[in-house]
Design a protein around this ligand. Structure first.
Ligand SMILES: Nc1nc2c(ncn2[C@@H]2O[C@H](COP(=O)(O)OP(=O)(O)OP(=O)(O)O)[C@@H](O)[C@H]2O)c(=O)[nH]1
Ligand SMILES: [Mg+2]
Length: 441
């Protein structure tokens, strides 16, 4: 998978947001720091990273979330949108119409391969394609393009000594819908290359002049892009070799600030390894949009309170805290998918049904607790026969139910104190806890 390292660290960041107890300044700063680390590792320009961080902090800490969104959801959505705009925001397109495309770029960036990939892309969309081999400098260049053309059954134009001669020949003879001009690369954008490209540009009058940039350039893609923009006025960029580098995030974000849109990305050596570039889709795939949707749902329903969960794990909790936690967990759905968000719970595999069967009993307990005095809630051990009877009457239950709840609470508290010891819940303990509460495991 392309950019999997960046993808998985971004995914972690999103998960951390969803798992936040409170979204305060400190939490936002911690998350932003996390994000910065991931982006810098992907060779993103420091300035771009700092802009993104600033935007994010301002939006989360100063702006109010729109109605209907919790702060956490707002955080997740804002980060998502910022990443999309960071990587270009708009979708780069090539029209399906008769046109001339000039490919430019430095040595080995992938121009010739990309000429073939584009030919295939247009051909599979029903347009005829011709390839003009305007790289007359590298001895095997024409031969390389010829082989690609044969493989794709595209027309090929090679005649002429100079690049311009080949271009003229192609322009004169081509009846193809799409005519793609492959050009020579250089180590740098020197005068010779600049002159040749300028002349070709004038002669061909291409509809699209596309700069081909390898992703392993990382943030240097910005400077190169800007140079080519100045020289030949490129209309778009194709970033190649995204499959082979962790620096692709840097290249894509850098390319997107040159003012020319990234139109396609190259993700392999094969002719089919070309993808249309849509920042929105790219981000959603990078971080797993389904996962983000899931996190959004969770962030919406409950504010899972980590601090409270920790207190519970240490055996420091009131009856109400305890009920609240169990309810949060119920709302949050399958516990197994949550374990990574709750400290101390990672690795525990708890069947979903375990908490679902609690519904009726949970309701009853809620009524019982709401019939207690604040003092009783804090110190349930005060509840003996007389109090139990009063509470049962108030909550429409039996004194035995009240006593059972208190007994279970005390058992669990004791158990948690024993096993928790500040380290949080250990594997299987929650299951044991449920058993103590009378749930069949
Ligand atoms: N992994 C990977 N390799 C690629 C990709 N695009 C091109 N390549 C490889 O990169 C090398 C150079 O590609 P070319 O298409 O010859 O590059 P060029 O820009 O035409 O090179 P010059 O004509 O010498 O300037 C070849 O080995 C390609 O197979 C890509 O998206 N992924
Ligand atoms: Mg080439």
């Amino acid at each position: 998978m392309v950019l999997d390292k960046l993808g998985s660290s971004l995914k972690d960041t999103f998960k951390k947001i969803a798992g936040l107890g409170v979204v305060d300044k400190e939490a936002v700063e911690r998350i932003v720091l996390d994000l910065q680390r991931s982006l810098l590792q992907a060779d993103v320009d420091v300035l771009l990273v700092s802009n993104l961080s600033k935007n994010l902090k301002e939006k989360i800490l100063k702006a109010k979330p729109p109605a209907g969104l919790t702060l956490k959801e707002f955080f997740i959505k804002t980060l998502y949108n910022e990443l999309v705009s960071f990587l270009g925001s708009e979708r780069g397109e090539l029209e399906l119409k008769k046109q001339k495309i000039l490919l430019v770029g430095l040595f080995g960036s992938g121009k010739t391969t990309t000429a073939g990939k584009l030919a295939k892309w247009f051909k599979t969309r029903g347009l005829s394609v011709g390839l003009a081999a305007c790289d007359v400098h590298r001895p095997a260049a024409k031969e390389q393009l010829k082989q690609i053309a044969e493989q794709l059954e595209a027309k090929i134009y090679t005649e002429g000594k100079k690049a311009e001669d080949v271009a003229k020949f192609a322009l004169k003879n081509s009846k193809d819908d799409i005519l793609i001009f492959d050009t020579a690369g250089r180590n740098a954008l020197d005068k010779e290359l600049a002159d040749e490209l300028r002349n070709l540009g004038k002669l061909v009058q291409a509809d699209e002049i596309i700069l081909v940039i390898p992703a392993d350039l990382g943030q240097a893609a910005r400077k190169q892009g800007e140079e080519f923009v100045k020289l030949v006025g490129i209309t778009g960029i194709i970033v190649t070799k995204l499959d082979g580098t962790a620096k692709g995030g840097g290249a894509l974000s850098a390319a997107s600030v040159t003012g020319a849109k990234v139109k396609f990305i190259g993700v392999g050596e094969k002719m089919s390894a070309l993808e249309e570039y849509d920042p929105n889709r790219f981000v959603s795939r990078l971080i797993g949009y389904g996962d983000i949707q899931g996190l959004l749902e969770k962030a919406k329903e409950v504010g899972f309170d980590e601090k409270k969960a920790e207190k519970i794990a240490k055996g420091e909790f009131t009856l109400e805290d305890f009920m609240e936690q169990i309810q949060s967990m119920q709302k949050m759905g399958p516990l197994s998918s949550l374990t990574s968000m709750i400290p101390g719970l990672s690795g525990a595999k708890i069947p979903k049904e375990l908490l679902d069967v609690q519904g009726e009993k949970m309701k009853k307990w809620k009524f019982i607790i709401s019939s207690m005095t604040p003092e009783e809630k804090q110190n349930p051990e005060l509840i003996k026969q007389a109090r139990a009877q009063r509470i049962a009457r108030g909550s429409g239950s039996k004194p035995e139910d009240v006593k059972q709840l208190v007994k279970n609470y005390e058992k669990i508290k004791k158990m948690m104190k024993m096993v928790g010891g500040g380290k949080g819940l250990k594997r299987g303990n929650l299951a044991q806890m449920m058993k103590q509460m009378g749930v069949k495991v």
